[in-house]
Design a protein around this ligand. Sequence first.
Ligand code: PEP
Ligand code: MG
Length: 624
Amino acid sequence: MKTSGKAKSKSKGKAASRRRDPSESGAGQSRPGQSGPPPRRRGSERVFEGLGVSPGIAIGPIHLSESTEVHAVEYQVPAGRAQGEVERFQAAAEKALRQLKKLRRKASEFHGASAEELGYLLEAHLQMLQSTRLQEGVRRRIVDGRINAESAVMREIEGIAAVFGAMDDAYLASRGKEVREVGYRILRNLTEANFTSFRDLEAGTIIVGEDITPADTALMDPKVIGGFASALGGAEGHTAIMARSLGLPAVLGVPGLLAGVEPGATAIVDGDQGLVIVHPTKRRLAHYQKVRDRLARASAALGKLRNLPAATRDGRVIGLQANLELPSELEQAAVSGAEGIGLLRTEFMFMNRDDLPGEEEQARLLGRIVKGMEGRPVTLRTLDVGGEKLASALGDHLGNPVNPALGLRAIRLSLKVPELLETQFAAMLRAGALGHVRILLPMISSVEEVRDARAILNRVAARLVRQGVAIADPLPPLGVMIEIPGAALAADSLAREADFFAIGTNDLIMYTLAIDRGEEQVAHLYNPLHPAVLRLIQFAIDAALRNDKPVSVCGEMAGDPRYSCLFVGLGVRELSMGPKALPRVKDRIRKMESTAATQLALSAIIQRDPGEIGKLLDAFNLEV
Ligand code: PEP
Ligand code: MG
């Protein structure tokens, strides 16, 4: 998110709104809807601006994630599968086309010689990608040679590169490299290859790439990786969420970044200001080292709240739980003082692999987390892939939708492929024998989906009991995510079918305002304080309370202390967030009066203008 107006509306947004070079007052204000100005230079130092999506400061050497080549295995395909391979290739090539066009658009917003150079290069890549020679060549190799799409692409690009390489003209000869780059792009899309080369890196390394996916982020060990930055990506996508969860400072959507960095150069990622500084001056480096130390001290001070309750000054207790993306965050959840896991995104079990995890494997992984929480509640959400969250393991099931966010995502996929849901339910029920488990269904839009899922859950439970397998007894509560506007508006009927609600503000905002949460071009329009969003949230909370059903908020808004007063005032008694965010939210809750928060929420909800709502919240937060 990039505008100052709504930028304050979320933690990383707040960061982006204050995007200023700390040593140059007033510089670098962002412009609505644009991707930011070109880098500023001082000597060899370059300062790039992007979206500060995960707070904190990282200082370290750059590792370019794009430098990895992709290697694919060759195998024969039967005649009947050749057409399917051609379609896989076409889908990967179309994706490459979208990626290149997006990069070209970003490059056009950027000025200067390197931008021009980047523009030419991207144009050349686009032409190559669209050339009949490449398209036809790959198709022919698949159909005539009966080989898989990956090897057809590799062979074809090697063939074209060899033709260029043999030319006398030095310029033309050099184009072989570009052909290979285009080929690797298609291959990466085909294999959904991730940047596995994050090992053996110097501690504190900063990963820089064109587009860093959630699956790439899952491979980053915060003990080794200091932070990351990418040319593409929005503030609300899963890469951003994972960065915050892992506590990795990150800046996404940085125009011209790749043209301006080299591997090994020292860089600073300022996740608060949304800045990437390459070759920092001595003065700048010293400044940032001080900021980093100060942040570490502040975080240690908040750590002291760990064993204190999240209670308002007038005694209203709010349950604070953690969202988990990866099992490795369990320790961080414990350190933050989380009273349970309010949202376990089970997608991690499906990432970075080509096959599907079976019941045994899932039961083992989930069981370990449930056991680790020692009796505290763990909310296990069924698979939520599709949309921006693609798992290669599900490739055939997901197809190639024109509009993935509105397609076969989450519960829709699980109900269409019931074996997926049955396996997950079985694993969850088995994990439930080891502790306190709740089951959560993502992307629910109708009561039928809840009924169908519950019928499957009951059936799976009966089967396991018959087989003598230990499962949760009684059966875990079955809750629904409220993250589609229609679900919020139909919350009364859903409250009768579901055992609890978890409000997913990330998708609720996206679908209400028609803003792709991972798209930096429209990030400035993603506004949590839009009156339509607040009304839907209020509607869902009221329906849950009227029907005596527990309701929590587990979207990113829950982890931003700016909104804590609003949720407390609207009657929410449970918030779930990335573990790193928990101490700051607890601190805010302990400073407020719940009666004052109720008054504030009543005034906020009747405002027409998001700016006014923001002012009310900020004034309230200043006073507490
Ligand atoms: C949400 O949409 O707010 C949510 C918590 O789910 P996810 O971010 O995993 O889509
Ligand atoms: Mg969601």
